[in-house]
Design a protein around this ligand. Structure first.
Ligand SMILES: Cc1cc2nc3c(=O)[nH]c(=O)nc-3n(C[C@H](O)[C@H](O)[C@H](O)COP(=O)(O)OP(=O)(O)OC[C@H]3O[C@@H](n4cnc5c(N)ncnc54)[C@H](O)[C@@H]3O)c2cc1C
Length: 493
């Protein structure tokens, strides 16, 4: 039977960072269920000379951010001069464009409001089931009205906009499930909230991490760890894997590997679905973690990428915000889109939910190919996974053209891509958050190692295990380094 010292489960940022930290001197094997390395970092070619990240796209913050440091060294971060001079515009469904000063002021008010919400972290008087939504409804209005006393008529539209934007930001299905008390547990690193990457996206970063893994069969793709059992007599772990890519009759579907330690890095979404079956033999481990896995939040956000023949949105505009809660009432789709919706039997309510969810278009500034990214959170993020990408793309396109008062026919969509992070059964969503049912204790339970014989045998990494950088690439990377170092200190004892 195959035997190694360490099995690393998962080839995302956390698994790759664990492998790099261990170094090739340790006899490890990295097992990845899918046919690519990167996990929720998924960089694809969208057009000749244009790549797009369907998963992680930005670097959040600069100071003490190892991802920023690596990408800086790889020279793959876009210069600020090339992104700073682009404007954000906000348009209402009656096609009026808001005065840029109002947009700037509202954004400042939102930042102030979010800071106030963050300051509730550690305040023991906040009931654990208080949601971010309750706080938003009670506290945003006074701040908004004191900054913009003559704009009360815009208040509901902006609350609605920020509600949708926060769903995407936090990866939660509703702000009513996002914990207020833990909202501030996420640490914003100094620097910009969103550093953009050059054309190539996160690809150089993944190649860099992979370059530390020797080309000697240390990575096994298409192989899912389906069962783990601790063997009392030998103090080893028996790891059963299922091969998802059997090419010849000599290859087995199920293989068994023995190892002394595991670094487990799969997403919280995957754990929610599979934890109790994979570790069915380890009752103590299930008692240690199942509750935390159930309570911590993990829902879905998705992107639709619109690739155009030529740019048609206003010059100098990098982000477009759409306002108006009732926008579907005023939009008349083209006959061809109506026919497509009919042929595919897409329910009217589904179409309405999708139109309602459209709120933000970002220009991809790393390429000269005209590309817009449209973000979906909440229930719409799940709905778009089941609809043909050309229909979703055309809906996003026609909504935008309606707001810009332009003909949708004269601006041709060349190609549409969309992410499907929930459908991916090895991920099952986007990233973790603290739900109103969870607290810091749940996070701690998730990252605690399993020590059936007093020695850490199964170590847990991955973005959801990071104390204050969860939901990010830097959190994932650091968690892999953390567990790699923990393991090294055990191996060196
Ligand atoms: C749409 C979207 C946008 C995002 N935007 C950003 C952003 O702009 N900036 C940012 O910092 N972060 C962003 N993130 C979050 C970021 O992508 C993740 O936090 C990070 O990539 C997670 O890395 P990880 O190694 O913890 O997990 P993953 O990348 O999920 O890696 C885990 C790996 O384990 C594999 N696996 C699971 N189960 C098994 C098994 N049983 N056996 C073998 N292999 C298994 C999976 O296939 C996967 O490859 C975004 C995520 C999404 C989905």
């Amino acid at each position: 039977m195959e035997s190694v010292k360490v099995v690393i489960v998962g080839g995302g940022a956390a698994g790759l960072a664990a492998a790099k930290t261990l170094s090739p001197d340790v006899n490890y094997l990295l097992i990845e269920a899918q046919d690519y390395i990167g996990g929720r970092i998924r960089t694809v070619d969208a057009a000749p000379d244009a790549v797009v990240d369907l998963g992680a796209q930005f670097i959040h913050g600069k100071t003490n951010n190892r991802v920023y440091e690596i990408c800086k060294q790889l020279d793959c971060i876009m210069a600020l001069s090339s992104v700073n001079n682009e404007e954000t515009i906000a348009i209402r469904s009656d096609r009026t464009r808001l005065n840029p000063e109002i947009v700037d002021t509202v954004q400042t008010v939102w930042e102030e409001f979010a800071k106030e919400a963050q300051s509730k972290f550690g305040d023991v008087t906040i009931p654990t089931d208080n949601s971010f939504y309750d706080y938003l409804i009670e506290n945003f209005k006074p701040l908004f009205l004191s900054a913009l006393p003559s704009c009360e008529h815009l208040l509901d539209e902006f609350i609605d906009y920020f509600d949708k934007a926060e769903l995407v930001e936090n990866g939660c299905s509703s702000l009513a499930t996002l914990s207020l008390a833990e909202y501030g547990s996420y640490e914003y690193l100094e620097g910009l909230m969103e550093y953009e990457l050059k054309n190539g996206g996160y690809r150089p970063f993944i190649s860099y991490l992979k370059s530390f893994i020797p080309d000697d069969n240390r990575i096994r793709l298409n192989s899912e760890v389906v069962r783990v059992k601790y063997l009392n007599d030998t103090h080893q772990l028996q790891v059963e894997t299922r091969n998802h890519n059997i090419k010849s009759e000599h290859e087995q579907e199920i293989s068994t590997i023995l190892c002394d330690h595991i670094v487990w890095t799969s997403s919280l979404g995957y754990l929610k679905e599979n934890f109790s079956s994979i570790f069915a033999d380890e009752i103590e481990l299930i008692e240690q973690k199942q509750d935390a896995i159930n309570r911590l939040g993990f829902d879905t956000i998705n992107k639709t990428v619109l690739i155009y023949e030529k740019r048609f949105w206003p010059d100098g505009v990098g982000k477009i915000m759409l306002l108006d809660r009732q926008k579907q009432k005023s939009i008349e789709f083209s006959d061809s889109l109506k026919t497509l919706i009919k042929i595919e039997h897409i329910d009217e309510r589904v179409v309405s939910t999708i139109i309602e969810a459209v709120h933000r278009y970002d220009e991809l500034r790393s390429t000269n190919v005209p590309i817009l990214i449209c973000w979906f959170g909440g229930s719409a993020a799940l709905l778009i996974e089941d609809i043909n990408e050309n229909i979703i793309g055309q809906i996003c396109h026609e909504v935008l053209c309606h707001y810009l008062n332009l003909s949708s026919k004269s601006n041709k969509l060349n190609r549409v891509l969309k992410s499907e992070w929930h459908k991916n059964r090895f991920i099952r969503g986007s990233y973790s958050y603290y739900s109103i049912k969870s607290s810091a204790k749940a996070g701690e339970q998730l990252r605690t190692a399993y020590e059936p014989d007093g020695i850490p045998r199964i170590l847990f990494a991955g973005e959801a295990t990071h104390e204050n950088g969860y939901s990010t690439v830097h959190g994932a990377l650091e968690s892999g380094i953390r567990e790699g170092n923990r393991l090294l200190s055990i191996l060196n004892e």
